[in-house]
Design a protein around this ligand. Structure first.
Ligand SMILES: [Zn+2]
Length: 169
């Protein structure tokens, strides 16, 4: 799924971010941190602009929170049953010969730390409702890819059945 007009979406997002920086500054530093300036030299209309140094702080905070929002959306996508490949497509990650798109998506969403990277989401209540540690799309046994499902989880049961089917063909 891609926007109807990517350039327009980008332009709208840019305006919202600029406005969010100014609003955040006004709310945390007060109106004295906001100046106005003509939208172009000699124009009667004015833009609200942030003082640049606190503006840097506000922009960095918004960037960090936007990055966290990617993780939240990905968690919802996994909970809804979307694959790592679909998440990679939605993120428009490069699909190269060296690495599957699904693996690129998993690695984009997890940070290397101690031990094997994992991504956490909650299995829907209609399935088993358990917190799942997702070890990524590396084609292992479903019990190794996703740990935490209840024994009777129907969603995980379907994945196990599909895994066995693939090996019988
Ligand atoms: Zn489950």
């Amino acid at each position: 799924m891609t926007p109807h007009d990517p350039a327009e979406a980008r332009s709208k997002a840019r305006h919202r971010i600029e406005a969010a920086v100014v609003d955040l500054m006004a709310e945390t530093y007060g109106q004295q941190a906001i100046a106005t300036r003509p939208i172009f030299p000699g124009a009667l209309s004015h833009d609200r602009v942030a003082d640049p140094l606190p503006g840097l702080w506000a922009a960095k905070l918004l960037a960090a929170l936007a990055r966290a929002e990617i993780g939240r959306q990905a968690r919802h996508a996994r909970e809804a049953g979307h694959t790592w490949h679909e998440i990679g497509q939605a993120l428009e990650l490069p699909d190269d010969d060296h690495r599957a798109l699904s693996e690129a998506a998993f690695e984009y969403l997890t940070e290397a730390g101690y031990g094997d990277p994992s991504f956490t989401w909650r299995c829907p209540d209609l399935a088993c409702g358990q917190l799942i540690l997702d070890y990524g799309p590396y084609n292992g046994h479903p019990d190794d890819c996703e740990r935490g499902h209840a024994t009777a989880c129907e969603r995980h049961g379907r994945e196990l059945a599909a895994w066995h089917d693939e090996r019988e063909d």
